[in-house]
Write a protein that binds this ligand. Structure first.
Ligand code: ADP
Ligand code: MG
Length: 202
């Protein structure tokens, strides 16, 4: 039998700017309110090599992040800093290493129906300038590709969320030991997932 979508898991990291902006509660609340379950959580100051490994878990990430940045410049009618996606990608990883180690982050494992795409939807697009209103990145921060490039730094967008099921699996292993993730029931799951919703009336 295929795995039920309600057992899907994903990784979220509240980046140092999210912690400094006192948004931990607000961010966790958004995931809780939609019905997702927190199954692991810790505060840490990552090392640069842990951050580099995290982004290299997906062998295509460096190229994809470069392509995304170049496309965003073209769409705005601005000349990209380089035409080579790999060059842009390599630059981004250096900037990310500095960003992630600047202060504590909160690492969260989240479980629930379609956890990966559901969390990405709530988080919003990479660039806060163009991410949708109603998303975490759209509502709480104002950074952009142009600002990040002008100041030679990573885009400050408060939060990381796994981009695919495959990434989520690798990233959860990268940040959590097996016994740091807890399997348990939430009372609300009866309303979210029970087939018949019976047992409510006395
Ligand atoms: P997402 O976090 O939305 O999945 P990516 O995986 O493409 O985005 O990139 C990882 C992170 O790298 C982004 O969240 C952002 O902080 C930073 N970043 C991405 N592209 C750039 C860029 N061109 N310049 C600076 N920082 C960037
Ligand atoms: Mg990503």
């Amino acid at each position: 039998m295929p795995k039920h979508p309600k057992t899907d898991r994903t990784l979220v990291i509240i980046k140092p700017d999210g912690v400094q902006r006192s948004l931990i509660g607000e961010i966790l609340g958004r995931f809780e309110k939609v019905g997702l379950k927190i199954v692991g959580m810790k505060m840490a100051v990552p090392t640069p090599s842990h951050v580099e490994k995290h982004y290299n878990l997906d062998p295509n990430w460096k190229r994809l992040v470069g392509e995304k940045a170049i496309q965003s410049y073209i769409k705005k009618g601005v000349k990209p800093p380089s035409d080579d996606p790999l060059k842009v990608g390599a630059q981004v990883i250096e900037r990310l290493k500095k960003y992630f180690v600047s202060g504590p982050v909160v690492v969260i494992a989240i479980e629930g129906a379609h956890a990966v795409p559901m969390v990405r939807k709530i988080v919003g697009g990479t660039e806060p300038l163009s991410s949708d209103v109603g998303t975490i990145r759209g509502d709480f921060v104002l950074d952009s590709y142009v600002m990040a490039d002008t100041d030679n730094r990573a885009i400050r967008n408060l939060i990381h969320a796994s981009g695919s099921e495959t990434d989520a699996e690798k990233e959860l292993k990268h940040w959590f030991k097996k016994d740091e993730l807890i399997s348990y029931k939430l009372i609300s799951e009866q309303i979210l997932y029970d087939v018949n919703m019976d047992g409510l009336l006395e």
